[in-house]
Design a protein around this ligand. Structure first.
Ligand code: C2E
Ligand code: MG
Ligand code: MG
Length: 317
């Protein structure tokens, strides 16, 4: 207890646990639940807390099998040139539909992979799917479109990212200039290990994008020191862009920043025509978001591209 008040976690015997040790664990979990809700709260241990922990364990236990059996897959979300809406690339996003837990979110998958030392396998799985799509794109009339994958900064400490990518892209004879790695910018990147890895990624010829720029970890010093090809502005700037002068000023400034550093600037999370119009007026050249397409299974990409090409031809005629 402190002057600011107390948070209380309650666990009952035998409802929540049968032994003293388990009861204390349950009370502790309930206490965290109480603190989560704000100050001076009390919270009874509910099965939901236990379920959350059990769910994490189950995800960790089954991830290896899910990676081997093809349950973990990549979906793809198109990236477009804002004015013409021409497709410039696709972002690979991990998906896992568990047979009875249902959809597992990407952050849960990434966390489970890290906890079980399987981050390299996860990246290899997504990179393999990205290469398969890159193999298909020329036949779809998109020989210059890139495919990007996400790598979280912590992963650079865990395994040799460049080697994993080299072996996957090498097997497909992919031109590395079409393969992009999106990293979120975090303090974690400021290590000798990450620096060395990023240099190798750059030497191999892959393109580098900084993801979620402006989401809180950004630092200009990093941006200048890393050899970044594309700046992805966080989707928080899109909300109310048509009316929020503040967001308009920020986006305009960030577009200028990207340009002066010779980076492509892409804005994420565009959901409406009005947002797209305003962003285009502010000088944004590239965008991604539900307006153009939600992420889709690899098998749907070809139809999606052909359908759009059909519409574009109809518009010209
Ligand atoms: P991200 O890389 O910033 O990916 C964009 C996220 O925004 C995706 O969520 C996408 O589905 C969502 N999104 C796209 N357009 C819109 C829109 O118009 N509105 C809204 N509200 N959302 C939109 P998702 O797929 O749930 O992924 C979440 C995050 O998980 C990703 O954020 C990325 O940081 C991480 N992630 C996904 N796949 C992988 C992976 O294979 N490896 C690693 N390390 N991280 C991954
Ligand atoms: Mg991303
Ligand atoms: Mg992002």
């Amino acid at each position: 207890m402190s002057a600011g008040g107390a948070s209380i976690g309650i666990a009952l015997c035998p409802d929540h646990a049968q032994t003293a040790e388990d009861l204390l664990i349950c009370a502790d979990i309930a206490l965290y639940g109480a603190k989560d809700r704000g100050r001076q709260q009390w919270c009874e241990f509910e099965m939901v807390f236990r379920t959350r922990t059990e769910r994490q364990h189950q995800i960790q236990q089954e991830l290896g099998m899910a990676l081997s059996s093809g349950q973990v897959v990549a979906w793809f979300q198109p990236q477009v040139e804002l004015q013409s809406e021409a497709v410039i690339g696709f972002e690979a996003l991990v998906r896992w539909h568990h047979p009875y837990l249902g959809p597992i979110s990407p952050p849960e998958i990434v966390a489970a992979a890290q906890a079980t030392n399987q981050s390299d396998r996860l990246t290899a799985t997504v990179a393999e799917a990205a290469c398969q799509l890159l193999d298909e794109l020329p036949a779809l009339g998109l020989p210059k479109a890139h495919v990007s994958i996400n790598v979280s900064p912590r992963e650079f400490e865990l395994y040799d990212v460049a080697s994993v990518l080299d072996s996957v892209t090498g097997a497909h004879r992919i031109d590395p200039v079409l393969f992009e790695i999106e990293i979120t910018e975090e303090a974690m990147l400021d290590t000798a290990v990450a620096g060395e890895q990023l240099r190798r990624i750059e030497q191999s010829g892959y393109r580098l994008a900084v993801d979620d720029f402006g989401a809180g970890h950004s630092s200009l010093a990093y941006l200048v020191s890393l050899n970044v090809d594309r700046l992805k502005l966080d989707r928080r700037f899109v909300r109310d862009i048509a009316t929020s002068r503040e967001n308009q000023e920020v986006v305009g400034a960030l577009v200028g920043l990207g340009r002066s550093l010779s980076m492509d600037v892409l804005i994420e999370g565009v959901e409406t025509r009005e947002e797209a119009r305003t962003l285009s007026m502010l000088g944004c050249q590239e965008a991604q978001g539900y307006l153009f397409s939600r992420p889709m299974p690899a098998a749907q990409v070809a139809d999606w591209v052909r359908e759009r090409q059909g519409t574009a031809l109809a518009e010209v005629a």
